[in-house]
Design a protein around this ligand. Sequence first.
Ligand code: GCW
Length: 672
Amino acid sequence: MDPEIAEKYASWCRSIVVEASAPSPLLAKACEELVGGIGSMLGRMPLAGGTADHGRCVLLCAGNSSKLHGVVEAAELEALGEEGYVLRTAGEPGRPFVAIAGHTDRGALYGAFHFLRLLQTGQNLNELNIIEKPAAKLRMINHWDNMDGSVERGYAGRSIFYRDGKIVTDRKRIHDYARMMAAVGLNAIAINNVNVHETETNLITSELLPSVAAVADIFRAYGVRLYLSVNFASPIQYGGLTTADPLDPEVRRFWAERAADVYRHIPDFGGFLVKADSEFRPGPFTYGRDHADGANMLAEALRPYGGIVVWRCFVYDCLQDWRDRKTDRARAAFDHFRPLDGKFADNVILQIKNGPMDFQVREPASPLFGGLRHTNQVLELQITQEYTGQQKHLCFLIPQWKEILDFDTYARGEGSTVSKAATGELFGRPLGGIAAVSNIGDDANWTGHLLAQANYYGYGRLVWRPELTAEQIADEWTRITFGHDPAVVSTIRRMLLDSWTIYENYTSPLGVGWMVNPGHHYGPNVDGYEYSKWGTYHYADCHGIGVDRTVKSGTGYTGQYHDKVASRFESIESCPDELLLFFHHVPYTHVLKSGKTVIQHIYDTHFEGAEQVDKLVDVWRGLEGRIDGDRYASVLSRLQEQSKHAKEWRDVINSYFLRKSGIADEQGRTIY
Ligand code: GCW
């Protein structure tokens, strides 16, 4: 830290006074974090455990304390709820102190991390008055980690949890990770892949539960609850039954026993995360039952212990015939789950992917948001960059997530945003929140691409406070990671903020998606999924491109939205350019609102996108010597790969459409 800034904070941070009505491990952690964080930033360890009487100090409080009198009133404290906190400068002139106060120890822990963030970002402590409460109750991370150590869609090394079919015994990395989660405000984690394979099915058994419990202990110390993904067919695979029918009494008994066993080992276990009847995973359909039957059966098993079922809505026909033009994968989640609205138990939460397809670079919001009124729901985002450059390319996803959260469903008139639907506020649901697929692995820098850390960090910040702007988050992360050199901050901030648009420019145009190599999903392949069974088509021919999802002449998908939204997407005139090909099939000569034809837009954005990546390389080079050599070099090499690859995208996409359409580029640039 800059010595001048360090000096500014030194007097405040000489000692930390801790106040609680009862001993609390979380508060102890909060204090430990303050001591360690302040010590490493200022180069001087604060004293912990003193009294507030020696001048300036940091006062860390959980619950009411006489030291808070006249600083934070009891009612205000109580209004903070389970997780909120106040940061306030108080005290007599000459002897001011900063109070970090939560109604609970968990609130105090989040407050402590906020305080450290203030120091890292160089804020003034003289007149603090910050009151924070998280917008979302459940702030969850899903790990798609397998016990062989692989991570499905992982681009940052191997799993930090498993090796060779077992939970790792050296748990230092898990411990660091738990701290990191708490530091960004997250409170729930599912530690195994939603595709639950054979070995992982046994995570809920007596053999493996002791080591799962040891991992849960690590997370508990930082206020994070542990969840497990379960295999719907466990009663068959592990229980020796011949069925997994959710209405079968033996099956119900099986799950009740498993739940009891899990809670014997992990008293505060969060619950089960379930992918059922999706991409070859077993589910209730096999037995002629619906998803409410399946989810409620598990919910009943968990209810006595306060556990919840997080049930995914990613259900669609993955064996579609591409010749069948009526079936539309985008419709599937709504068609399956909307009729079940109100049929789910109170401790079930439906987890809904942000868009109706699958984490493409651009999709409209899922119509289930605003479509479900009587069902708890969480929004599912993907931090791991499966379709957005796989952490080889720079793609800061916060602007995309902001658009999703701010998307107005009009379910209860204007202002009925996805954010409010997901948190439960819109329909007064007791449970709600946001979940996201992790982008971390055992790479030294956690995320492979160093700058991809900003996505994890930003995810945590955004689910805590959805009204934060992408600019604020980019700025914060950059300062925390690289310090305050104005050239460094402004360059990296700009790079982050522009990166999603740049990525979109050189990849699939106008919301159409899916032009990637099948299987691993890296790199361009325009027809890679065009004649496949996955229901992901663009229908490009020599005349035009796009999927007609209108009610009038297409699949009727637009009709799943509330009127105001439905009519905006239904009409070509009002459909936003960036989603045009998601909703409409148009000729290449169709003129966009931008004034360009579709074909010219494709050419222009692809040339522009590739050039923009070259500029990213250039501006990054401008930082040489301003940041440490290792981090500089590692980002540079990723950007160079991106630049090469963006040209591959540009040339494949442009050549494909030139050949299909026979329409030349107005600017006569080289297309192959
Ligand atoms: O996007 C697809 C991924 C699968 C993933 C699936 C899902 C975990 O390609 O790898 O499986 O979504 O979300 O279930």
